[in-house]
Design a protein. Structure first.
Length: 131
């Protein structure tokens, strides 16, 4: 239920991150649910960002996820710059996460982090899902 309530704001954040003129960003969703549950959610919701699935406890520890959903902004060095546990469902939260992402990327050339090459992804073995 909490993920469903957050979905619209996640889509808004993904669109803003992708459209940023100075530094385009990638946003991924990480599902800790079963494959069937994750696929049902993706089929029921329009999604403008890729979602990966990892049920591993190790991955939860690496990402410091203690509750679901959790929204994280992870910089190119793998540092968590923004963390929001529970529901992510307001314009103010989208604005805050976007501002942190832009601030975390200051001083980096656009090609410094190729799309999909973030440190969190490299450390976390996940399987990509498509709705």
């Amino acid at each position: 239920e909490y993920c469903r309530r957050s979905w619209s704001s996640w889509n808004q954040l993904a669109a803003r991150l992708r459209a940023d003129a100075q530094q385009p960003f990638d946003m991924i969703g990480v599902s800790l649910s079963t494959l069937d549950s994750t696929l049902r959610l993706l089929q029921a919701r329009p999604t403008v960002f890729p979602v990966v699935r990892t049920p591993s406890l190790r991955d939860r520890r690496v990402l410091r996820v203690r509750s679901v959903p959790t929204t994280l902004v992870i910089d190119a060095d793998g540092v968590i710059a923004f963390a929001r546990p529970w529901v992510f469902d307001s314009t103010a939260l989208v604005d805050s996460a976007f501002a942190v992402a832009v601030r975390a990327s200051k001083g980096r050339a656009p090609e410094a982090t190729p799309p999909g090459a973030g440190a969190a992804q490299e450390r976390s073995p996940v399987a990509s899902l498509r709705p």
